[in-house]
Each structure stands twice: as C-alpha cells, then as structure tokens.
Design a protein around this ligand. Structure first.
Ligand code: ATP
Ligand code: 4MY
Length: 386
C-alpha cells in the first residue's frame, strides 16, 4: 500500500480534455501549487497503484459511468477497487453517488422523497417510460398524473451524446414521439427563467439562465430541442422568447428555501460538486427542481478554483480527524478487550461454569481475530499517514 506524502500532497484528477479546457484547468494547477499541492492528471490506461500516492482524487468520469461496454465497465471497476483499497484518500465525488445522479428517474425520486416537500419544494410529476407501447404509455402517464405538455428526457442524465436531447409533447397523439427509455415530466410554466445553483462543498452560487417560455396543452406538434441550446449563458433560442400574452413578470428565488434545498440535497446525495436547476412556478411561486448535475460547468461561479481549493483542504482535515478518531477508538477497543481476555484467563479455574472452557476459547479466538483485523486496519492507516 502506498503512503500519503504529507509534505507535498498530490491531487490526482481526471476529466475530459474538453472540460479541462473549458474550465481553464491549468489555472487550478497554479492555485494548487500556491497551496502546497501537486496536481496530477490520472492516466486511466495504467494501473492507479503506481501513479499515486494521492491525497485527493477529483474526477468527472460520467462519460465512462454512463457507458455500458466492457471497456468502460472494467475501467470504472478498477478505479473503484483502487479507491476502496485506499480509504485514506479524499474522493470528490464517490462513484456510487455519481451513478445515482446519472439516472434521472432515481434522482427525481430522491427529491420527491426528501424533506423538501415540507417547504413546498417539489420535482414536477414524472414517470419512467420503458416500453414503445403507446396505449401502455398513455395509461402510465394518466395513472401517475403527468399532464400536457410534458418533457420527455433521456433516462441517462449526463455523459452521453444524446442525454440532452429532449422532446416537448403537447397532446396524446404525439406520445409516439417519446423515445423510451425516458422520463416524462410535467412542464411547469416559469416565465423562461432558470436558476442554476452551483455547489462546491459548503459554498454555493446561483446564476440566472434563459429557459423555455410558457407552454400550454394544444394540438401543436412536438418540439424537439437540445437543452444545451436553450439554457447556456449565451443561448438565445426562439423557445425562450415569451409570447405577448405572457405577463412580463420576473420570478424570484427565495434565499431561505434555496439554503434548505442545498443543505438537504448535499446530505441526500453525498456529493461535493453538483448543480441544481430550479424554476419558480408562475402564479404559485413554488420552487421546482427540474435537474441535478454532477460536477457541472460552474460558468458564472466567481473564483471557483479558490472555493474548490478551500473545500479540498476542509475535506482533508475532516478525513484526518476521522482517521485519528478511528485510531483512538480502535486503541480503546484493544485495551478493553485485552482486559476482558486477561480476566477470562484468570477465571478459567477448572470448575464447570455455565460456559464450557471450549466455548470460552472459541470466544477468545473470535475476540483476538477481531482485534487483529482491527489492528491491521489501524496499523495500515498509521503507515499510510506517516
Ligand atoms: N419540468 C420542466 N418544466 C419546465 N421546463 C423544464 C422542465 N424540465 C426541463 N425544462 C426546461 O428544459 C431545459 C432542459 O432540461 P434539463 O435541465 O432537464 O436538461 P439537461 O440536459 O439535464 O440539462 P443540463 O445541461 O443542465 O444537464 C431546462 O433548462 C428548462 O428550460
Ligand atoms: O462541463 P461538462 O463537459 O462536464 O458538461 C456539463 C455541462 O457543463 P458545460 O456547460 O460547462 O458544458 C453542464 O452544464 P451546466 O449545468 O453547468 O450549465 C451540464 O449540462 C452537464 O450535464 C454537462 O455534463 P455532461 O452531460 O457533458 O457530462
């Protein structure tokens, strides 16, 4: 097992070249150096064991996690194995949590079951469509209460070429335009304003983005669109221009609700880097969460790299504290067990008690096995941290 180099801790990262360039990632290298860290790109084609030791692993592996081929599966498996055998490393973010968010249906479920309901924050009614049988889909939509118009969103939320291709469906005869497997979600009118919340650990920022205009049930045909042409900071889609009959009212986000949304989701998702897309429903002012993204673009987040660095330092401190506490608990456990065992040996006077001496030996064996395994973990951790 490799050791953490505390004098010059290494942050190993992986993200696509496209994302690296968009974020101007080399600047983060400078921030790292300034804070005494080394920033190293992980080579996914080589075993990770020889590339460390890492103090932190930061990744956006969504494009591999979303893929279902053998190569991607075994690549992710080997990253997972490496992470599992190095509990001392801070991982941003756990692959298990990322997997959940790549499945739109599951991430909507998390919102729907969370205590956000208590503050009237909701995810618009949704249902998963898995079959091409139109009658079955109509029935499902009715049963779950998905209303027209609704948006058909690909099942996989991030990391594929098609995951941002959506269809806005206005009537029953257009249900044929759904492309299962997908999630159908009722459309919420929100005057074409989207609030994007970018979260970095304890910090967050809201940026306003263009969004889809108000729509109503009608005979019109399906609108197919790519979400990246609608809701980027420089988007100027025709679909975002309000109709003359719409009220030129500007929705507002409630800061107190926003704070609760971030803290509830941070806890529910077990993620450090994520984005929440919120719209405010016309008339009711209710806040609807329409999407959650893993490690989003952070476009408009001032000093993102400084916030990221602060967050990494905080996570390292927490990890250090947890490992120290674990060591202390293990030592206490060891002391107690040694005392109990000594007492057991003294008690073994040859008289028949309710425990046979064989049973006692068996118990002692179990006890010392568990001490040994605990000590192994402790000493491994001590080795890793020196
Ligand atoms: N339920 C909804 N009601 C109203 N508008 C919606 C709803 N869901 C999505 N939209 C609109 O469609 C756009 C794309 O939806 P969504 O955010 O789910 O797509 P995405 O591809 O996951 O986006 P991202 O690029 O953030 O990953 C949103 O920006 C918003 O304009
Ligand atoms: O940065 P990446 O390449 O990861 O792209 C992400 C994109 O960021 P970008 O706008 O900087 O492209 C995000 O947009 P914002 O929510 O931040 O607006 C969001 O669309 C993610 O779903 C994308 O992840 P992907 O689907 O590609 O995995």
């Amino acid at each position: 097992m490799s050791k953490i180099n505390e004098n010059n801790p290494v942050i190993g990262y992986w993200m696509s070249e496209r994302k690296r360039q968009k974020l101007n990632w080399s600047e983060f290298g400078k921030v790292c150096r300034y804070s005494g860290f080394e920033l190293v790109k992980i080579d996914l084609e080589r075993p990770l064991e020889g590339q460390g030791p890492f103090s932190v692993i930061l990744h956006k592996l969504t494009e591999f996690i979303a893929r279902n081929d053998q190569q991607a599966i075994s690549l992710i498996k080997s990253v997972e194995n490496y992470i599992n055998s190095h509990p001392e490393i801070v991982v941003i973010d756990p692959i298990e949590s990322v997997k959940i968010l790549l499945d739109r249906y599951r991430s909507y479920g998390i919102i729907a079951r969370s205590r956000l309901n208590d503050i009237d924050v909701f995810t618009p009614i949704y249902v998963e469509l898995t079959s091409n049988n139109i009658a079955e889909n109509i029935k499902k939509l009715q049963t779950y209460g998905v209303s027209f118009p609704f948006i058909c969103k690909p099942y996989v939320a991030q990391g594929t070429n098609d995951c941002h291709k959506m269809a806005l469906i206005f009537n029953e005869k257009s249900i044929v335009d759904c492309k299962p497997p997908c999630v159908a979600q009722s459309f919420v009118n929100h005057n074409a304003l989207l609030f994007k919340v970018f979260v970095v650990g304890d910090e967050y920022q809201v940026v306003e983005r263009p969004s889809l205009k108000n729509f109503y049930p009608s005979d019109r045909s399906t609108i197919f669109f790519d979400s990246h042409n609608v809701s980027k900071s420089d988007s100027s889609s025709q679909l975002s221009i309000l109709d003359p009959e719409d009220q030129a009212y500007v929705p507002r986000i409630d800061d107190k609700k926003l704070k609760t949304i971030v803290s509830v989701l941070r806890e529910e998702l077990n993620l450090t880097l994520f984005g929440i897309d919120i719209v405010v429903e016309n008339e009711t002012g209710r806040h609807a969460i329409i999407d959650i993204n893993v490690y989003p673009g952070y476009d408009g987040f001032p000093n993102f790299f400084n916030s990221l660095m602060n967050c990494i330092k905080k996570k390292l401190m927490e990890k250090h504290k947890n490992l120290t506490a674990e060591n202390r608990i293990n030592k206490t456990f060891l002391n107690c067990s040694v005392k109990v065992e000594t007492k057991l040996e003294q008690d073994d006077s040859g008289f028949d008690t309710c425990d046979s001496s064989d049973e006692r030996k068996h118990r002692q064996l179990i006890s010392s096995t568990s001490i040994n395994s605990k000590m192994n973990t402790v000493s491994k951790k001590i080795v890793n941290r020196t």
